[in-house]
Ligand binder design. Structure first.
Ligand code: URA
Length: 247
């Protein structure tokens, strides 16, 4: 994980968290709307230690301070949302509080899910952590549940596990992937890389068609059953460790 700074000027911290410009933040502090341990902070330009308990000790306009830089969260991505900062249409970022969308460093998705794929999507403002999760060296497996148009033939598990399967237009074979057949038209597939539309293209190469796709696990981290589509949860250190423990 990249190390966030140990201390920052208060106006810089709050501006980076999206509370407004430094001038806005200075006005907030001047109006006594920023409290530390219940006491109004006097100086907007004083340095403040970025201790993990700061959001429990500081309030802004009467509400707990937002998560400090270095956050990672999991979202149960709903269908129909795009993992992009730029494209038109509903974006996954729209589920986050508005202020979180003005943070610097910005919150980005850890890899992507297609617009029509649901399930476990990680989002972070920590570039170092993001790269560690998606790096092939970390081998963080991703598990999907696919609903298929036609019954499985029976040879797909061997094909996907072969390590020699080629996708249309590609020259590098896919890494071996594990298929578990749950029902004739329902399967779980665990992959160890992240090529464009990979799961849909793998089933297409096996003569089938994915009608629904849902990611339910990354590494050893499961999407909790009580996290509804569109809901998100901040991850704790143990959850982050679990991501890397499932390889
Ligand atoms: N494979 C796909 O085809 N789509 C996804 O969203 C993820 C993996």
């Amino acid at each position: 994980m990249s190390k966030p700074p140990a201390a920052l000027r208060l106006d810089r911290l709050l501006a980076n968290l999206g509370y407004g410009s430094r001038r806005d933040v200075q006005a907030l502090v001047g109006a006594g709307r920023v409290l530390l341990d219940g006491v109004p902070v006097a100086e907007a330009d004083g340095r403040i230690a970025l201790a993990p308990d700061l959001p429990d000790r500081m309030t802004v306009r009467g509400r707990p301070l937002d998560p400090l830089p270095g956050l990672i969260l999991m979202l149960n991505k709903p269908l129909g949302m795009t993992c992009s900062h730029k494209e038109a249409g509903p974006l996954v970022y729209s589920v986050l509080p508005e202020r979180w969308r003005r943070r610097d460093p910005a919150i980005s998705t850890v890899g992507r899910l297609d617009k029509e794929t649901s399930g476990l999507l990680l989002m972070t403002d920590d570039g170092g952590l993001l790269h560690r999760i998606i790096s092939p060296k970390s081998n963080v497996p991703k598990r999907y549940v696919a609903t298929l148009d036609r019954p499985l033939r029976g040879d797909e598990a061997a094909l996907f596990a072969s390590g020699t399967m080629l996708l249309d237009g590609e020259e590098k074979p896919l890494l071996a992937a594990e298929l578990e057949v749950l029902e004739p038209k329902l399967a779980r597939l665990t992959i160890h890389e992240g090529r464009y539309h990979q799961v849909r293209r793998m089933f297409a190469a096996a003569g089938n068609h994915v009608v629904e796709l849902h990611r339910d696990r990354m590494g050893g981290l499961d999407l909790p059953a009580d996290l509804e589509p569109g809901q998100y949860r901040l991850l704790a250190a143990a959850d982050i460790a679990a991501i890397f423990a499932g390889g």
